[in-house]
Design a binder for this molecule. Sequence first.
Ligand code: HEC
Ligand code: HEC
Length: 406
Amino acid sequence: MITCITAISSVSRHRFLWLGALLLSAFLSSAQASSSDFVLADQCPPSFALDQNNQCRLRNLYQLYDSLQDRGLGGLKTALPEHRDGFSPQQIDLGRLLFFDPVLSADKNLSCANCHNPGLGFSDGMGRSVGARGQLSQRSAPTLWNSAFLQSFFWDARAHSLEQQAVGPLFSDHEMANTPQQLLADINQVEAYPELFKRAFPDASDALVIDNIAIALSAFQSSLISLNSPYDRYAHGDAKALNPNQLEGLNVFRSFVARCSQCHTPPLFTNQQVAVIGTPEPAGLPRDIGAQETFDAQRLRGGFKVPTLRNIARTAPYMHSGRFATLREAAEFYTQGRGHAVPEGEELLLHWHISDPNLTDTELDRLVDFMEALSDESLMPKVPTQVPSGLLSGKTSISLVTASGE
Ligand code: HEC
Ligand code: HEC
């Protein structure tokens, strides 16, 4: 009860939060489950193998390929970049529960999954996400598929590990708006969590700490692997995996005219670099300077991390603030003239691979066909029907459950 009183007094400036906290404490005591209701997995998710140290290691056909061979213009048998793995099955599974648990947000109505919804390619279908207190975030929520392979995070590349990234949304005013003290107090108040953290971090003297919340979330996110799309089956030698339109699209995609694969380089469909390409902002919004701020570099003004195109058919709208509603519009952007959307008076140093490819309507259609062949959700994790806080209810669970098709 002491933690509950702290929870209320720290938010007492806002009457609606008062009410929220009161409702929450009533709800938490009635609806939450005990640790015995949750058994953390002792096996790795599919496509991972358990090693003798109880760590899950990724197993994938791309690991057979030599990274130095067949590089360049979108070679099929190119190795994957380095990735994060080595988390235990228990850590991954605890991360899954945390990911879906609204108890992580300040007013307990928002989980990571609200903005990274599995049914929407781990994005949210919005140009700009809406945070815990209704604030609009500056940018759109990127997919989390294959984030194990990323070297930098956020559109402006400002974070360098999943752990560093995870504390971002937890404590950002535009996202979950929590504080470390509040978060720990709330999670400790949920009956099941202290025991679940002990099981996931058996060697820690104090298992329920912010660092371990970040590790568990990272463990879960790095299990989201999507590498079995029609494109991948084609790359591994199944000539029939792509239909003729998709194959034509692949050829446009990696042609030196279109140059898509120079930046959206297979097999991840990003070269992980920041590029200035000059996409337009949504009407009425100021220019987002992007990576200029991260690197304190004028030449990166308007630069964004090249996003992966994996499961891209699931994550409309497109670009850093969702300016384009469809893949066709996103593809068209590249053929409307270099710098056509850069406002007058704005000087952007556009990337040299942004050119004037003059793609035909048919070529644009084929590019869309090809991008649609990058979908694979076969390793979709199980969306929990309930989370330890008991807070997965109403709006949250309905949208998640229908979206994941359960
Ligand atoms: C209010 C919506 C919202 C919530 C809740 C939210 N995110 Fe995000 N997330 C975003 C947005 C928007 C971005 C992009 C921000 C930017 O680039 O400046 C993002 C970016 C990310 C990225 C970087 C991906 C990449 O490719 O660079 C990761 C990883 C991530 N979020 C994980 C999480 C986790 C884990 C949680 C829960 C602890 C969470 N998010 C909660 C909206 C949200
Ligand atoms: C110079 C590097 C570069 C080239 C070449 C390039 N892109 Fe991009 N692409 C980017 C960057 C950077 C973004 C993000 C820009 C933004 O958000 O403003 C992006 C975004 C996208 C998106 C939206 C992704 C999302 O998650 O919202 C799609 C779709 C896309 N590109 C397709 C293509 C296609 C098709 C081609 C070839 C015609 C291509 N790109 C060529 C760098 C490039």
